[in-house]
Design a protein around this ligand. Sequence first.
Ligand code: EPU
Length: 341
Amino acid sequence: MPAPREAEVVRDADLSRLSTFRLPARAAELVVIEHPDQLAGLAPPASDELVLGGGSNTVFIGDFPGRVVLDRMRGLRFEETGDTVRVSAAAGENWHRLVRECLRRGLHGIENLAMIPGSVGAAPMQNIGAYGIELAECFEFLQALDRRSGEMVRLEREDCGFGYRDSRFKSADRGRFLITEVSLGLSRNFRPQTGYASLSEELARVGAVDPTPRQLTAAIMRLRRHRLPDPGRLANSGSFFKNPVLAASDAEALLAEYPALPHWPMPDGRAKLAAAWMIERLGWKGRSLGDAGVYRNHALVLVNHGRATAADLLRLIEAITDSVERHFGIRLEPEPMLVGR
Ligand code: EPU
């Protein structure tokens, strides 16, 4: 293998195309990593450093004064480990490409996570989840460069602090680890998870209650296409708010008042409530402030109609969170990371 070139470094870099929400922003420095060997040449961490993958979970609400490291490392490896197959994917791989490749090879466990935009390295950051499953369920370990010690480390599932749309990489250790590779344990046996209401309805609609892997993946893709805008056509970051999680007693009180509010039990006894329903009920669906708006097909998704500014978006976030808090007594939290001055 020829020695990899040095990592490309761009000063005063335009970030607008590197985040799927596409707000205008610049970084003092952008470093593009395409091969793990280039990590050795990476200067010590700047006080402000941000690792960016597909940019679907980072929204720039201002210029970034430090260094952005763009993770573009590629490669997939498959190892038989008995009944399961270990799939190791470089952090810069596209998540959906990985899902499709596993489907092609008859490896199961991540069908429900089809079409989630973004890169493999971003998946553990927010423990991506959809239609009843989360990454943590098939996650084995990841490799990362610890920017604090300068050492490569291997972190097991228990080390990652996974929670609902959360991990240590997003909270306590934000900015500390540069993830290089993620390893998943997938199965040759297909045990479809079809319990999520909209998914089981869609499977029933097409007469595939007991679906094949392809039917399941196709159903997930139809649901996502209908409910979530393609970031290539309409800039967005997927769900913009997390679904709030309440103590069982608080949830019960709210549900007594709003029996139609969709909700799901959490493993720890608390309840997760559908933020989309609350936002729609308050009349936000399809509305805009400036060029930032609420998507017409899904109230949890905020979109940039083309020329949105950070001020438009911040105004919209505040207006929605204030209105939900006034009516339901719940303060919604953004799901993507809002970055910039
Ligand atoms: N709903 C409304 N109005 C809307 C949209 C939805 O009332 O405009 C209701 C639906 O009828 C449904 C409930 O809200 O009963 C939940 O909607 P949906 O199934 O679309 O799921 P969600 O809670 O809005 C979560 C994830 C999505 C994931 C879906 C499916 C979060 C923050 N979002 O959305 O993940 O695809 O479930 O599992 O947990 C993402 O994180 O970016 C993402 C897209």
